[in-house]
Design a protein. Sequence first.
Length: 201
Amino acid sequence: MPTTTAVPAGGPAPRVSPLRRSTRDSLPPTDPVATATVLRRALLLNASREPLCVVSVHRAVTLVLSGKAVVLETDGLMLRSERMALPAPQVLCLTRYVHVPYRRTVPPTRRTVLQRDAHRCGYCAGPADTVDHVHPRSRGGRHEWTNVVAACARCNHRKADRLLSEIGWQLLVAPTTPRGTSALLAATVRPHPSWSAYLAA
Ligand SMILES: [Zn+2]
């Protein structure tokens, strides 16, 4: 019988101050908090409030308990164990600025390309669940953002390894590389509504 449950808080959740490290150390790897939160995700901001990345809520809780981050937004759920109670983080902010020397890029994968193209086929605008290389890889096309589009299975099958010029097709929208942290995050995961204010910058 788990001793940890996620229950709605009785009102707006207070901001959380970093707890003592000894609290984190008291959590073994099999702690129910970890089990309950491993599938949830949170937006991590730099101390400058610039979006950095998306982390598991388990990782977010670890950052908060070690004093490295504070919770800015929560969905009202409280994560409870015998030793602690913590609002489930949805947006959190590092307490110290981390210098990011370069913008990390998100690779084009089936999931990120479908997300960028809103699951619409680049050839017929129908619902898409596959990814097509506009210039086929078998003919030298590269696996890069500007050469991949979401495609419905029917268009993907019909196009096969042919060039658009050979079959008289045109792309409805030219594929582009997602720009900026917000775009990259949006292309990577389905943003939670509470993230919108932080991703708008
Ligand atoms: Zn199609």
